[in-house]
Design a protein around this ligand. Structure first.
Ligand code: XCC
Length: 655
């Protein structure tokens, strides 16, 4: 592990952190030193839900709390430390689910507008996925046009947000046993908006004051994200922009170009990024760039928007969450174009040190000091051109302090559920059978989803890489999304050759036979819903139990920071997956709440949380869980028996 206090293990990031210091520019890593986390808020022991407080109920320092002390640890209204910690926790879930839900809603609106011919430039790209969705949702196909079918799908999915009764339709995609468990526990979500609103209501002063009941609503709200808002976003994005297929690209700050207009697109929603990807190729725009002295236009992505256009177009990625300001420090970025989520307000200050224009594009997300250029999906091409022209106009303003790090790494992305199905099963028999078989025979020990953010409280990218390397070394196939996937890609773990170098013998043999990396890039954070679908496909394929909680799988977010990560973690736990988070844990101010999430949840949902900041220990917890599940399935012996004789090798090559 990197020495404490090391800011990043990425040499490109380190170079830019040093450059920022010599340029006298204050960046996120400096602010993390001057602004320390509040120790009471960090563990969920501060209630600021009314004007009486904030009431702070910290744990006594350095000793066990007596029952008497615990009784006295209350807010002015009498709220216990348990209620306060649980309220804070479920409010994080509600905020995360709201972010993903609103993304899904906006996408559904664009989808509907495209289907009705009201959003020129957008069209149905993936007919197969459209028809599959129609079958799933009971939409008549017959001899209707794709657009007619799409209008029905869009309307059905739009009404999922405001659904008042019943259950979200995509819950039906889960294994039957899981659906029954959700109903039994009373956590099958109704509408996406309804669950978020109810969580905000319940956590208002004087409403739900039973921590177990609050956490139950937290599960329901999170499930409305994973099997609702996020899944709707992923599905419709795939239909509208095409389901991802394997694509080669490059990642890290070295993708910026000294002699071209550099435009970074940062945020989460792909509709603007898609249009920019097309419009930056427009000869008229390229000519305009040349007229300003540049050789061309270079579009690069940042954070999850980057993942979206990487997965579908191979657009290179400049970096993950903690590199957004560092990209500006290169002095070579003409514009950073942002939509929603994970956009640091500090960007506006850093832009002042250089010549970069920060361009906000969504009415929901404006930043003081930035230029606002509203993106209108109904006039998308013109909106995109206006933004690109503004960036080109800024090229002549580049200052003297330009330095682009040389680091960039090759990667293969585009591993959607459909791709995995196809790659493993082949063209004529697409299936998860070979994956399940290789898990049963022990070549692959299990599957882990390693996802989530960067957090400046720990060394940038370090925990992601240590954890992922430990997992693949132990034959655990890693599925990754978000900023975690970018960390892995930068370190060279997302090329097929990484299998021979980093993976255990069993996993390496499968990766080599199929030609895949040991860490598969599954997309952005809403695309964690792809992991739910992949897990369900493994259950349905047979041989590994009859619920997601039976599978030898685990999840992790070793450098999380966003409320969305808490919502994602909770929907994985609520779907039956053991999930471990690093950095910090927001309920440590209440032992009862923490124990409930870490222990009791296993009996209730088959999945539970854990907190372990050491990434090696966290990986070991995941492996222990995977082994526990293998044992329960009776396939632990198979693993011990693996000997690579000639016949097995031949069989493997035939996969
Ligand atoms: Fe944001 Fe999605 Fe976290 Fe990265 S991983 S910091 S949420 S960009 Ni989503």
């Amino acid at each position: 592990m990197a020495e404490k206090g090391t800011k990043s293990i990425d040499p490109a990031a380190v170079e830019m952190i040093e450059k920022a210091a010599s340029d006298g520019c204050n960046i996120v890593f400096d602010r993390a030193e001057t602004t320390k986390p509040c120790p009471i808020g960090a563990v969920g022991s501060c209630c600021s839900n009314c004007g009486v407080g904030p009431c702070r109920v910290p744990l006594p320092k350095g000793k066990e709390e007596t029952p008497e002390e615990k009784k006295k640890r209350k807010g002015v209204c009498g709220a216990t430390a348990e209620t306060i910690a649980a309220r804070n926790f479920v409010r994080m879930i509600a905020a995360g689910a709201a972010a993903h839900g609103d993304h899904g809603r906006r996408l559904t609106e664009v989808f509907l507008a495209a289907a009705k011919g009201e959003a020129p430039g957008y069209e149905i790209k993936d007919e197969q996925k459209l028809l599959q969705l129609a079958l799933d949702l009971g939409v008549k196909i017959g001899d209707r046009s794709n657009e007619e079918i799409a209008v029905d799908i869009g309307e059905i999915l739009l009404s999922e947000f405001g659904r008042q009764e019943g259950e979200l339709l995509f819950l039906r995609r889960a294994p039957l046993k899981r659906q029954e468990l959700w109903r039994k526990q009373g956590v099958a979500p109704r509408g996406i908006d309804r669950e978020v609103v109810e969580t905000m209501h319940r956590t208002h002063m004087g409403v739900d004051q039973d921590y177990q009941n609050l956490l139950k609503q937290g599960v329901r709200t999170a499930l409305s994200d994973g099997w609702g808002g996020s899944m709707i976003a992923t599905e419709l994005q795939d239909v509208l922009f095409g389901a991802p297929a394997p694509v080669a690209s490059e990642i890290n700050l070295g993708v910026l170009k000294e002699d071209e207009v550099n435009i970074i697109i940062h945020g989460h929603e792909p509709q603007l990024a898609e249009m920019l990807a097309v419009t930056t190729q427009d000869p008229e725009m390229i000519e305009y760039a040349k007229s300003k002295g540049a050789k061309g236009i270079n579009l690069a992505g940042m954070c999850c928007t980057a993942n979206e256009i990487l997965m579908r177009h191979g657009v290179p990625i400049a970096g993950n969450f903690l590199q957004q300001e560092l990209a500006l420090v290169t002095g070579a970025v003409e514009a950073i174009v942002v939509d929603v989520q994970c956009i640091m307000q500090g960007l506006a200050d850093v832009a002042q040190c250089y010549h970069t224009k920060v361009i906000t594009t969504d009415d929901k997300a404006k930043i003081q000091g930035a230029t606002h250029m509203e993106f209108d999906e109904r006039n998308a091409a013109e909106s995109a051109k206006t933004i690109i022209r503004a960036a080109i106009d800024n090229f002549p303003n580049r200052g003297q302090s330009v330095r682009i790090p040389s680091q960039k790494t090759d990667l293969i992305a585009g591993f959607s559920h459909e791709t995995i199905n196809y790659l493993l099963g082949g063209l004529f028999r697409a299936s998860y059978r070979p994956l399940n078989d290789n898990i049963i025979n022990g070549r692959i020990r299990g599957v882990a989803g390693v996802v989530g953010c960067n957090n400046p409280r720990v060394t940038h990218d370090d925990a992601h890489l240590i954890m992922i390397k430990e997992l693949i070394k132990n034959d655990v196939l890693v599925l990754s999304t978000g900023c975690s996937a970018m960390a892995a890609a930068k370190a060279g773990l997302m090329i097929p050759e990484a299998a021979a170098e980093y993976a255990g013998e069993g996993l390496a043999s499968v990766c080599e036979a199929v030609g895949i990396p040991p860490v598969l890039h599954m997309g952005s954070c809403v695309d964690n819903s792809r992991i739910l679908i992949a897990a369900t496909a493994m259950v349905k394929e047979g041989g590994l139990g009859d619920d997601i909680s039976d599978l030898p799988v685990a999840g992790a977010a070793p450098e999380w920071m966003s409320e969305k990560a808490i919502s994602i973690g909770q929907y994985f736990v609520g779907s039956g997956v053991f999930t471990v988070f690093g950095v910090t844990w927001p309920t440590l101010g209440s032992k009862d709440v923490t124990d409930f999430l870490f222990k009791d949840f296993e009996d209730m949902y088959g999945g539970m949380w854990a907190f372990e900041p050491d990434p090696i220990k966290a990986a070991q917890l995941m492996i222990e869980h995977i082994d526990k599940k293998r044992k329960a399935l009776g396939i632990d012996k198979a693993r011990e028996r693996v000997l690579y004789d000639m016949e097995m090798r031949r069989e493997l090559e035939a996969v």
